[in-house]
Write a protein that binds this ligand. Structure first.
Ligand SMILES: Nc1ncnc2c1ncn2[C@@H]1O[C@H](COP(=O)(O)OP(=O)(O)OP(=O)(O)O)[C@@H](O)[C@H]1O
Length: 206
């Protein structure tokens, strides 16, 4: 009987090799290597100004690295300033996100709104929402159906959320990782972040 071949290591959903970034003539980090695998929910942490947002934007392809390369598949990036149109209602805004994600116009939005506790706000214009409600509205796009193995790059997703919002987001992150996706998120809220961490923290130094 021939020996069972060793199983191949699972391919990374996102991989960065030898990344280097500079801003304003200052080097933020160099030689940065990172892999995100199915099931990861990793906390990107570090002091203000050390380059976490810069790294997430570089991984998302929104910024070119000074050196190095990133290999990525399907991903969702959520910045800490939510890109919501103030004049759209919460539902319209989510419909717009769904269309950008290639979902059909008949895709039901209710489950995503419900997941973030937004059913009562569905018809309200974004401009009338509080900061925490806006955060929830932006996060609702993550609760839409998406391809297996999607990577989420989230900048300060816990910001402005109350305890209920934090728990809902933790549930969303946990479910995404368990279903074969991967998450890299920043947060200055240690208690909230520790609950969802699966995989090593990635710590940038200032
Ligand atoms: N437009 C810009 N021009 C030059 N330097 C910039 C610019 N934007 C940011 N920086 C610098 O880049 C560095 C990294 O910023 P970045 O926003 O990535 O940090 P961060 O770790 O996400 O910080 P925080 O925890 O405060 O959100 C900071 O030192 C900042 O001063």
């Amino acid at each position: 009987m021939s020996p069972t071949p060793p199983s191949a290591p699972e391919a990374a959903l996102l991989e960065a090799a030898d990344l280097c970034a500079e801003r304003g003539g200052r080097r933020l980090w160099r030689g940065l290597n990172l892999q995100l695998h199915a099931g990861d929910c990793r906390w990107l942490r570090g002091a203000n100004g050390c380059g976490k947002t810069t790294l997430l934007r570089t991984l998302a392809g929104l910024r070119a690295p000074s050196a190095g390369r990133v290999t990525r598949g399907t991903l969702r990036y959520l910045g800490h300033a939510q890109a919501l149109s103030a004049e759209l209602s919460v539902s319209e805004s989510l419909r717009f996100s769904a269309s950008l994600q290639g979902l059909s116009a008949s895709e039901p939005l209710r489950p995503a709104l419900e997941r973030l506790g937004l059913l009562r706000e569905a018809a309200r214009p974004v401009r009338q929402l509080s900061q925490g409600q806006r955060r929830r509205a932006a996060l609702a796009a993550l609760a839409l159906p998406q391809p297996a193995g999607t990577v989420w790059l989230l900048d300060e997703p816990f910001d402005a959320l109350d305890d209920d919002g934090v728990r809902r987001l933790q549930g969303l992150l946990d479910a995404h990782a368990r279903s074969g996706g991967a998450v890299l998120f920043t947060s200055h809220q240690e208690a909230a972040a520790l609950v969802v961490c699966r995989g090593d923290e990635l710590r940038l130094s200032a």
